[in-house]
Design a protein around this ligand. Structure first.
Ligand code: MRU
Length: 353
């Protein structure tokens, strides 16, 4: 496989966006064409595209698609209608802050750009393309910085990851899986252990698929096996992604991440979070302020079309949990790996908003 064998799940193609349909992987590989902002909003809601950076990039294109649908030539009317587009996209998923970061960046550019409405639209497309390209570069930097903080022993590491923080969850390359990719390419990886990640199974379906595509050795385990594997000495380090990191380093990521962090701590195994600066929300002091998405209970009681649980039971389906900063060894960003306690003074001034 070539060095560039990972996928790019969000691409601008001719006059529209193409998204890999992540709801159909690993059994079918399909592109969905998105030409209207409402279709982009629905693609984010239904998780055709998912993963914090990937939904940020998609939402940026969504703002442009919405701008393109606005017919007025009056700048004030245009900006008012653009705000409605932004509102719709903001309402798609609440936890990943990259979504809000990208939409805010797009609307800010629209407000700050002088010139005709046609020119504004052109600048909005260029801005979305910049956000897209920057995210790929950022992930590669995260991967390279991650390599420098992985434990020196053993030489070939067994890395556990949770959910999918890979190329599919970003514009390309991945955050946590970017670190894995960089380790693989540097000859420092023995194997990835991928938690299956109930209820949506992003680990079993997407992380495993990405690894298989690229020839990276991967073992899928069910979520309740991580502690056992750690106790048996099968895991050297944990690397996960993030959906929103508070100013104190508390980190929201896919449900189940918190328990992985707790068992890693109990077994003295380093636990890293890999994420771009756009995932850090300096406006939130700690993790208690992070909104946690609750999804449809059918994700818990059924798998595919098969109902697992009796009617009459009740269900609870939070999509994310918050890992306290004290369980996190380091946060790997495009600026290097940083202790959670240092985030604010080392990175806040670098934040592009
Ligand atoms: O519900 P999802 O699939 O969008 O959740 C994705 C995750 O939790 C990822 O770990 C996170 O977004 C990091 S992606 C680089």
């Amino acid at each position: 496989m070539s060095q560039e064998s990972h996928v790019y799940p969000v691409i601008w193609y001719d006059d529209h966006v193409r998204l890999i349909d992540q709801t159909r992987l690993p059994n079918e590989f399909d592109w969905v064409e998105i030409r209207r902002y409402e279709d982009m909003a629905m693609a984010i809601e239904t998780m055709i595209v998912r993963g914090a950076p990937a939904i940020g990039v998609s939402a940026a294109y969504g703002v442009y698609l919405g701008a393109r649908e606005i017919l007025t030539r009056d700048r004030t009317v245009f900006l008012a209608q653009l705000e409605k587009v932004a509102e719709r996209l903001r309402a798609t998923r609440p936890t990943a802050v990259n979504l809000f970061w990208a939409i805010d960046r797009m609307t800010k550019v629209a407000h700050q750009t002088l010139g005709s409405v046609d020119y504004l639209k052109q600048v909005l497309l260029e801005t979305a393309q910049t956000i897209n390209a920057d995210d790929i570069r950022t992930c590669q930097q995260i991967g390279d910085h991650g390599l420098t903080v992985l434990p020196p022993d053993p030489e070939k590491l067994r890395i556990l990851t949770h959910c999918n923080a890979g190329a599919l969850a970003t514009a390309g390359y991945g955050t946590a899986l970017g670190v894995v990719r960089s380790a693989w390419r540097a000859g420092r990886l023995e194997r990835v252990f991928a938690d299956e990640t109930r209820p949506r199974l992003q680990g079993a379906k997407l992380t495993a698929w990405e690894c298989v595509q690229e020839g990276i050795p991967v073992t899928v385990i069910t979520d309740n096996m991580a502690a056992h594997c750690m106790k048996l000495g099968m895991i050297d380090v944990v690397v996960v992604g993030a959906d929103r990191i508070a100013a104190n380093g508390d980190t929201a990521n896919k449900i189940g991440t918190y328990s992985v962090a707790l068992v890693a701590k109990a077994h003295n195994i380093p636990f890293f979070v890999a994420a771009p600066l756009s995932t850090i929300d300096f406006a939130i002091a700690d993790g208690s302020h992070i909104p946690i998405e609750e999804r449809n209970s059918s994700e818990v009681y059924q798998v595919s079309e098969t109902r697992l649980c009796p009617k009459g039971a009740e269900f609870y389906n939070p999509a994310f949990d918050v890992t306290p900063a004290e369980l996190i060894t380091g946060i790997i960003t495009e600026y290097g790996a940083i202790a959670p306690a240092d985030l604010k003074h080392k990175l806040q001034d670098k934040h592009v908003s």
